[in-house]
Ligand binder design. Structure first.
Ligand SMILES: [Zn+2]
Length: 307
């Protein structure tokens, strides 16, 4: 069995998976459960050990929003989870605490691997995966292998494609980045601004999509602008990489049935592919579990040999 840990901004997800990728147990816990008292990392590793219990877990993986070097295991840069773990060798911390080999990487790459190996990407050779959450993460499969490249940032920054030269300045240094407009956070902020009547009733995105589904037309304008913006970003990725498949994930795509058919139409109109319309657009299948499962079965760990 394998253990996968997906450290997000709000929740930490723990999964135990059988060797053929079936979920044995899975749990999403609020980060605040681990922030005190005591040391955050020790609280997490203690919990992971208890979660694994006496199951025959042979290897594990830890993925995180932020820059972590898979080879060394060290958390670099101080953005995202780097605020908490910068300079720490996360691979060592987990493998020492749990006494099993551990893989580490960025969560977008782990998510891509999980969806390719067990989810919507199965059978494809060249795939781009885009996750729309707090930000936008991207990564890709090239010729049936997870693409790493020579630099840790390789393939991860699709959310920082600029779609508006006059847009707001981004942390990356550019302006008008795709994630400002199309991340779940960005879309939720736009809805809250234009439709204050939807505020204060819990998570605004599911509510927004329920209203759309029930035929309330006043929300269509925001949806249209969102689809147009996302189309520009995805067409740029298609023109750069010519994948056969784009998998779209993140909580937002729990409403994928409302988005994908329309996105596909717009993408086919605006992208140059051969033959025309060849790029498939699919919703991720394991929305919550993809990254944990992907990092649990990371290429190069345990008996997995795809690399
Ligand atoms: Zn940016």
């Amino acid at each position: 069995m394998r253990l996968g840990i997906d450290f997000g901004g709000t929740n930490i997800k723990f999964g135990i998976f059988s060797e053929d990728g079936e979920t044995v147990s899975f749990e999403s816990r609020r980060l605040t459960n681990f922030t005190g008292p005591g040391n955050l990392l020790k609280n997490i590793t203690d919990y992971a050990a208890a979660f694994a219990g006496d199951k025959p877990v042979v290897s594990g993986g830890f993925c995180v929003k932020g820059l972590i070097i898979p080879e060394t295991g060290i958390m670099e840069s101080d953005v995202g989870a780097g605020e908490l773990f910068k300079g720490i060798n996360m691979k060592e911390v987990f493998s020492d605490s749990l006494n099993i080999p551990f893989s580490v990487d960025n969560d977008a790459r782990a998510y891509t691997w999980g969806e390719w190996k067990f989810g919507a990407g199965r059978g494809s050779r060249n795939m781009v995966c885009v996750t729309l959450g707090t930000g936008i993460g991207t990564s890709r499969i090239v010729d049936g292998k997870l693409f790493f490249g020579d630099n840790i940032l390789e393939g991860l920054l699709g959310g920082h494609i600029s779609i508006d030269r006059n847009g707001p300045e981004c942390l990356c240094g550019n302006r008008g980045c795709l994630e400002y407009y199309c991340s779940a956070t960005g879309l939720a902020a736009q809805i809250a601004k234009d439709h204050p009547e939807l505020r204060g009733q819990g998570d605004i995105l599911p509510l927004f999509f329920r209203e759309i589904e029930s035929g309330i037309t006043k929300y269509k304008k925001i949806l249209n602008i969102f689809l147009d913006n996302l189309t520009i970003g995805l067409v740029n990725l298609i023109h750069a990489y010519q994948p056969e498949l784009i998998v779209l994930g993140g909580g937002l795509f729990k409403s994928g049935h409302l988005l994908v058919p329309e996105l596909k139409k717009r993408i086919d109109r605006r992208s140059w592919t051969f033959p025309p319309g060849r790029v498939e657009i699919r919703t991720a299948q394991m929305i919550d579990q993809a990254a944990a499962k992907g990092i649990a079965f990371y290429p190069g760990t345990g008996s997995s040999d795809e690399k």
